[in-house]
Design a protein around this ligand. Structure first.
Ligand SMILES: *[C@@H]1O[C@H](CO)[C@@H](O)[C@H](O)[C@H]1NC(C)=O
Ligand SMILES: *[C@@H]1O[C@H](CO)[C@@H](O)[C@H](O)[C@H]1NC(C)=O
Ligand SMILES: *[C@@H]1O[C@H](CO)[C@@H](O)[C@H](O)[C@H]1NC(C)=O
Ligand SMILES: *[C@@H]1O[C@H](CO)[C@@H](O)[C@H](O)[C@H]1NC(C)=O
Length: 362
């Protein structure tokens, strides 16, 4: 009897050991790889990605890393990028924010999604014509709550944003998590206090445990980063219950913010189309002209028209002279409007019709 128990215990211990090793081994290798670049830049040196060498200077090295944030890393496979998910779901959600009645987009494209409420606020310092807009929606069949923010609209909003970034600069809002544009925080707060807070709270109360998708195009993507940061630091949501997707968004914060955001949110993608100008700006805080700005991870760059089956690059580095930012010539606003070969503002405004050929770039 005693020997049976003993063999049983030995077998169980071996199984536990195998499971532990299986679980830890990939992490271990990942750690060793990242550690080389990390320890290298931590010691003040430069890491060369192609040759996997650490030195204080390189005579010839294509991809040089000098910041921890940019050490090559791919997203956790558990939160992997899925082109079809972005194309069929997130594109519709972000385009719908350009529609006065976003429900039209869902009735046309994803009928299981229902809009709870659309909130529009005056977010300008000097004109009631300039507004910020966001909506909340939900999908009971797939257990999702959605928070989406519209991009800038009309001829004045971009200029007002540039002015607002320059006058307000960067401030610290979320504890030890770096600084973001005061403008971004203010816009979000106006929407949050303008009704989004009660909308989201009532959805969360009614549908506890639903996953939260936060997204937006352009300014809307920037507001998605503010909203997710706010929801997590205020304890309303856990980062692992949130999927954040931004399309072609301007930089929001400094290095510390981008490090914090990257470490906090396991599912955060920033999709960039070809030569879209907007995600390349601003480079520095225009209020002081000193602090350098960074995007949080993970950039996905489509250097093409984003048609079905077009290739894309999941950027292993975060923000620097890599991926989309390596190209500085020929940047254009045209590529800003088109994502997945659809003119997002126009398609959204028309209620996301099934036939997209009138909205294609090519
Ligand atoms: C490493 O740095 C030294 C100078 O500090 C230089 O002579 C050498 O060529 C560098 N190595 C590479 C691979 O560039
Ligand atoms: C809304 O617009 C008016 C100008 O009509 C402006 O004075 C006011 O500051 C704006 N409100 C906000 C919250 O920005
Ligand atoms: C920052 O640089 C821009 C462009 O050179 C300039 O117009 C602006 O006045 C500068 N701002 C500060 C605070 O120095
Ligand atoms: C889609 O729209 C285009 C242009 O309006 C038209 O030529 C085409 O026949 C339409 N396709 C379908 C499948 O309805």
């Amino acid at each position: 009897m005693y020997s049976i128990i003993k063999s049983f215990l030995i077998i169980v211990s071996i199984m536990v050991l195998i499971l532990l090793l299986l679980g830890l081994l990939p992490n271990f290798f990942y750690f060793v790889h990242a550690q080389n670049c990390s320890t290298c830049v931590e010691s003040g040196n430069i890491w060369c990605v192609e040759s996997a060498e650490c030195n204080d200077t390189f005579s010839s090295c294509q991809t040089q890393i000098s910041l921890q944030l940019n050490c090559p890393t791919l997203p956790n496979p558990k939160y992997a990028y899925d082109d079809s998910f972005m194309r069929t779901q997130q594109l519709v959600l972000a385009s719908a924010s350009h529609c006065d009645n976003p429900q039209r987009c869902f009735d046309s494209q994803i009928p299981t999604i229902k809009v709870l409420s659309v909130r529009t606020v005056n977010c300008s310092a000097n004109s009631e014509e300039v507004t910020c807009m966001g909506y909340t929606a939900y999908d009971v069949s797939r257990k999702i709550i959605i928070l989406s923010f519209r991009g800038s609209k009309g001829p004045y909003q971009n200029q007002q944003m540039a002015d607002g970034m320059a006058s307000g600069g960067l401030l610290n809002y979320f504890g030890h998590s770096g600084k973001i544009f005061k403008l971004g925080y203010d816009y979000f707060q106006l929407l949050w206090n303008g009704g989004m807070q009660q909308d989201l709270r009532s959805l969360k109360y009614k549908y506890p445990g639903f996953e939260l998708w936060i997204n937006g195009h352009s300014l809307g993507g920037m507001l998605s980063w503010v909203a997710s940061s706010y929801l997590v630091t205020s304890g309303l949501y856990k980062p692992e219950d949130i999927k954040v997707v931004a399309f072609g968004s301007p930089r929001l914060g400094d290095y510390d913010f981008s490090v914090w955001y990257t470490q906090t949110f396991p599912y955060s993608y920033h999709i960039i189309h070809r030569l879209d100008l907007i995600p390349r700006v601003p480079v520095i805080d225009p209020h002081t002209n000193t602090t350098v700005l960074f995007h949080p991870r993970t950039e996905v760059w489509y250097n093409n028209y984003m048609k079905i089956d077009d290739p894309y690059q999941i950027c292993e580095e975060a923000d620097g002279n890599y991926c989309s930012a390596a190209v500085t010539e020929g940047l254009t606003m045209t590529d800003h409007g088109y994502y997945f070969n659809v003119n997002m503002p126009a398609w959204g405004r028309d209620g996301c019709p099934q036939n997209i050929s009138d909205y294609a770039q090519l």
